[in-house]
Design a protein around this ligand. Structure first.
Ligand code: HGY
Ligand code: MN
Ligand code: MN
Length: 415
């Protein structure tokens, strides 16, 4: 039987899994899209469970739509590792997939090792991390942090309801609360993810140990005007909703730069819907999805409140109506110091240099950290690129990262 400190993952299996999953949900034009509960996602879920079954691991879906596989003792607390297999529209092959498939490879390596594990190890695919309907919906359900009112109202950008999408995939939204795991059930959680930014690549380091994850607030900012003829209505008489939206987006950027945490605050308007959408009609409604991020929740709250005040001021100035509709939030999260220490130990044992760093992206780990000690491992992103088709990390970095994950999990199991 292998000594646990000598265990390593099998890169050929992990590589083959990453390549195969990257083809599920890919259009003939090359765009990858696996949106929670839609057919490509369900195909990926079935494939994942088949891969578990091939390894002698039983795949299990919980009532919220998360998927788990467990090795070692089947009852009692577990060490868990996972991430998500949903993607953003036209997304990349590694965001989320790396964490799920590396966790699966860790499960297989533990099973093959013949080690007598003191606790179970679970690999997890949390559903709907990317927030097409509702950010980190699956991990929030497991952590008992899901607001069922938000679930009832959540829609995708086309107006499809989350509850209808769940039903379409065979899940009953009324049973979501059953997905909550009892306190103490997850003894520790560790997630590997691509960095999605340039820091590791630029400093030529293979591993990042995450110290904290940003808080995120999603709010719909809507300006309402009147649809008038674009040629005959004088400029000073029209109620142009876009004028309000444009001024708002421009001035909010300044506020976030001046009043958010230095170098850590972000604002993005990633969805803008304009009605009626004709070149010769004054827009009567503009709805923008505002995303604020900061490492400090107090700053997120402050910027959110400043946004409402600004929107009111601008609406008055241009004689527009205004609605400021909160959608959802993820609280900022510090990673557990003990889990961080185990990751550093594992990294040093593998003779790899690393850096401690914050995460500007949101992750399931930040939700799980509310109910269990959680940590994260980052690997470099080529060109810092993510949430796009050419997102990539070279294979040797992925192998190093997966071995750090395995060795971190072993330290958490035997701690
Ligand atoms: O949006 C995020 O930060 C993550 O990629 N879901
Ligand atoms: Mn993402
Ligand atoms: Mn992700």
């Amino acid at each position: 039987m292998a000594e646990w400190k000598d265990l390593r993952i099998d890169m050929s299996r992990l590589k083959s899994d990453i390549e195969t999953l990257s083809k599920i949900g890919r259009s003939p034009e090359g765009a990858l899209g696996r949106h929670a509960f839609e057919p490509p996602y369900e195909e990926a879920r079935a494939w994942l469970k088949a891969r578990m079954a091939e390894a002698g691991i039983e795949g299990r879906d919980d009532p919220a739509g998360n998927t788990f596989g467990r090795v070692g003792p089947q009852d009692g607390p577990c060490v868990m590792s996972g991430s998500h297999i949903d993607t953003v529209p036209d997304g990349g092959p590694l965001d989320g997939a790396l964490g799920v498939l590396s966790a699966l490879e860790v499960a297989r390596s533990l099973k093959d090792s013949g080690l007598d594990l003191p606790f179970g190890f679970e690999c997890a695919a949390f559903v709907e991390e990317e927030g097409r309907f509702l950010d980190c919906m699956g991990s929030k359900a497991m952590a008992g942090q899901l607001d069922l009112e938000e679930v009832a109202h959540a829609t995708d950008p086309h107006g499809k309801k989350l509850t209808d999408a769940m039903k379409g995939a065979g899940f009953d939204p009324a049973r979501i609360p059953e997905a909550q795991r009892p306190q103490g059930d997850v003894k520790a959680y560790v997630e590997i993810h691509i960095e999605q930014g340039p820091v590791l690549e630029q400093s030529e380091l293979p591993i990042g140990v995450v110290e904290a994850i940003v808080g995120i607030n999603h709010t719909r900012v809507i300006f309402e005007g009147e649809p008038d003829h674009a040629g005959t209505t004088p400029m000073d008489l029209r109620k142009d909703a876009f004028t309000g939206a444009a001024e708002y987006a421009y001035r909010m950027r300044r506020i976030v730069l001046d009043e958010g945490t230095k170098d850590r605050a972000r604002i993005t308007f990633g969805i803008v819907d304009l009605l009626p959408g004709a070149a010769n009609i004054v827009p009567y409604e503009v709805s923008m999805m505002q995303e604020i991020r900061d490492v400090s929740d107090d700053k997120v709250d402050l910027l959110y409140a400043k946004g409402e005040t600004l929107a009111k001021e601008i609406a008055e100035k241009h004689r527009l109506g205004m609605r400021y509709e909160y959608q959802s939030r993820n609280l900022a999260a510090a990673m557990n110091l003990d889990v961080q220490a185990r990751i550093r130990e594992a990294t040093k044992a593998l003779d790899l240099p690393f850096v401690d760093m914050p995460s500007g992206a949101g992750h399931d780990a930040q939700v799980v950290s509310r109910v269990a000690p959680a940590g994260m491992i980052f690997v470099p992103s080529k060109g810092g690129r993510s949430h796009r088709r050419d997102e990539w990390t070279d294979w040797p970095y992925l192998e190093k990262g997966a071995n750090v994950l395995l060795q971190s999990v072993l330290r958490l199991l035997y701690a």
